[in-house]
Design a protein around this ligand. Structure first.
Ligand code: AGP
Length: 613
């Protein structure tokens, strides 16, 4: 996945492109490039410098000639072809008068490329994208306009794309199109803009529009025309954005991760706002699911990836325990290939902070194809997953820029717990008093998270003591198990250290063979009915020489006696505790990564939004 930015009609187009790419770096940063249009031809610079690509591009762009009519920028996360200058976008056709930037994958690029080469085209990159430039060149060669040539080219490609194209023949025109990956359009009085994501445009305009799948946009200074790929005119829906650029910037913190970790109490509190009717009962009005709809549900299928999958696992405990509805959780990329059995009385829930993860989007499409109602739980209003779903429940965490999910995860857990409680209410499996009590407990979570954040220095000390360790096992039982998975994922992503998450009871069935002196075991040991058994699991690893770190509730003497280090947290209700217990693990992974001198916001090989399968 990659970041795309484009503009026409601006005097300072180079500044917009570079600033936009800086805000889109979270989508990938293997290489970066930009192209400017002039009636005489195109001017292009590219850099392939790992996490420095965009800053290297800024330096190169300083020598751009003035008077450009329009331009496109791109920051790349490599799929086809190494991260290199040759493979960096924008990519040209044979004439050098057409340039293309692309996010996604052209699945039939090999067959199209072979035909184009036989017809005399010469590729200069190993990317799947370049065929688009040559296909457009072919059509323009027959006298078609740039827009018609892009439309014709897209009719023969398979796969996913957001693309933007410029040509020296029509230097004020940007042509863009999308299928399955995001693209946002923006307008000002004299300019038109496009980008993969909203923060890249927010500094310039809030007049934003969504381009939907299989639509094509022609952007000229001050105007946008949208048609379907089949050629029908479309009025693109305006996008409502209730946050500003400041919210999408670092706000004085050293990095986005620190800022976003500290925004967690707010994210949880905002996600809980306005969920009760005057009579105290719970409502998910915004989700557009009636009580009647919820009553009829016979089974819940939840699909998600990465951290969102961990939120989904936690939702299973809540839905089954409170609402007594069977819930299945699938890794989204596996779901649609396992021939699942669904029926119209099933509710499929897709959990995705970005609302753009292609694996989740495709899993939900499959669920719908098999008759299920589809609910999106996402942080991004009008994202692809939200728009395709029958209903949407929004987390209200604000924009998350750091590649590693933090505040959006906590907000997801809370939103899914609200869903579980709503199911319990309409199905009568929990009394109004019980539900009211749990909601009150949910409202106490922001304060508990603040409390954990205030103990950051203690977490830092534990991280410093373990800075030399290379192997980490995270263990938990019951809801502590997804917390363990999340703790291990955060450590892997941020510090590149070997980390595994396991249900503690499973360790003795194999993984315990890996425990030796020097291995660090991080146990989620907050109070729950399995504490005694968990204690035995920890004793087993301790006797094999592991260094033990426990996340434990304040005042727990057993934990203190058992552990080498304790990460203390206040005690929350059992099913809500993950929202608190995850926080010290985020701080721990953050500090270890910083101690190893790593860039926490942009870990290697990763991207914030994964819009490829
Ligand atoms: C989390 O820290 C990761 N960056 C990643 O696992 C992420 O949760 C996953 O890619 C899912 O993204 P989504 O929530 O936007 O769908």
């Amino acid at each position: 996945m990659c970041g795309i930015i484009g503009a026409t009609g601006l005097d300072d187009v180079v500044d917009l492109l570079v600033e936009g790419l800086e805000r889109l770096e979270y989508r990938g940063y293997d290489s970066a490039g930009l192209v400017l249009t002039f009636p005489s031809g195109l001017w292009r610079v590219r850099a392939a410098d790992g996490t420095r690509s965009v800053s290297a591009l800024r330096e190169l762009a300083a020598s751009a000639p003035g008077g450009a009519r329009a331009g496109l920028g791109h920051t790349r996360w490599a799929t086809h072809g190494h991260p290199s200058i040759e493979n960096a976008h924008p990519l040209f056709d044979c004439t050098g008068r057409v340039a293309v930037v692309h996010n996604g994958i052209i699945e039939n690029h090999a067959e199209i490329g072979a035909r184009l080469q036989a017809a005399g085209h010469t590729p200069t990159s190993a990317t799947d994208t370049e065929v688009l430039a040559h296909l457009i060149e072919e059509h323009m060669g027959t006298g078609q306009s740039l827009a018609e040539s892009v439309r014709a080219a897209l009719l023969v490609v398979r796969g996913s794309f957001s693309i933007a194209v410029v040509s020296a023949d029509e230097p004020e025109l940007l042509v863009a199109a999308r299928r399955n990956t995001p693209l946002v359009l923006g307008l000002t009085d004299g300019a038109a803009l496009l980008a993969s994501d909203i923060p890249a445009l927010l500094g310039r305009t809030k007049r934003l529009f969504v381009l939907a799948d299989d639509q094509l946009a022609e952007l000229r200074p001050g105007s946008v025309r949208v048609t379907t790929l089949a050629g029908e005119e479309v009025d693109p829906p305006a996008l409502s954005v209730d946050w500003d650029l400041a919210a999408a910037q670092k706000g004085g913190y050293e990095d986005f991760m620190s800022k976003e970790i500290r925004e967690q109490p707010r994210a949880v509190a905002d996600t809980l706002l306005d969920r009760r009717r005057p009579d105290g009962s719970l409502t998910l009005d915004e989700a557009r699911l009636s009580d009647d709809d919820l009553q009829k549900i016979t089974k819940v299928y939840i699909v998600a990836c990465g951290s969102s999958y961990h939120a989904a696992l936690l939702a299973k405990y809540a839905i089954e325990h409170w609402a007594r509805v069977a819930a299945e959780v699938d890794i989204a990329s596996e779901f649609r290939y396992r021939d699942p059995v669904l029926d119209p009385a099933a509710l499929a829930v897709g959990v995705s902070q970005s609302g753009e993860s292609l694996d989740t989007l495709l899993a939900l499409r499959e669920a719908r194809r098999r008759g299920a109602r589809v609910l999106a739980v996402t942080n991004v209003v009008d994202s692809s997953i939200a728009r395709e779903a029958d209903a949407a429940l929004y987390t209200r965490a604000g924009p998350e820029i750091c590649v590693a999910a933090t505040k959006t995860l906590l907000a997801q857990i809370v939103a899914l717990e609200l869903l579980a409680l709503t199911l319990a209410q309409v199905r009568g499996t929990r009394s109004a008093e019980e539900i009211g009590h749990i909601i009150d407990s949910l409202h106490r979570l922001p304060e508990m998270i603040e409390d954990v954040l205030s103990r950051e220095k203690e977490v830092d000390q534990v991280a410093e003591a373990l800075a030399g360790a290379r192997d980490f096992f995270y263990l938990g039982r019951n809801v502590g198990y997804p917390v363990a998975l999340e703790g291990a994922l955060k450590l892997k992503e941020l510090s590149y250290l070997h980390a595994e998450g396991y249900p503690a009871g499973e360790l003795k069935h194999g993984p315990i063979a890996l425990i030796e002196p020097g291995t660090v075991v991080v146990g989620i040991a907050t109070r729950n009915p399995l504490w005694e058994k968990f204690q035995s699991n920890i004793a087993e690893v301790k006797s094999r020489g592991a260094t033990v770190v426990l996340v434990a509730n304040d005042g727990d003497e057993r934990a203190e006696a058992l552990a080498d280090h304790v990460l203390w947290v206040p005690e929350a209700e059992q099913l809500l505790a993950p929202v608190v217990d995850i926080v010290p693990l985020q701080l721990f992974a953050y500090r270890l990564a910083r101690l190893h001198g790593l860039d926490v916001d942009r870990p290697r090989n990763l991207a914030k939004t994964v819009t490829v399968e």
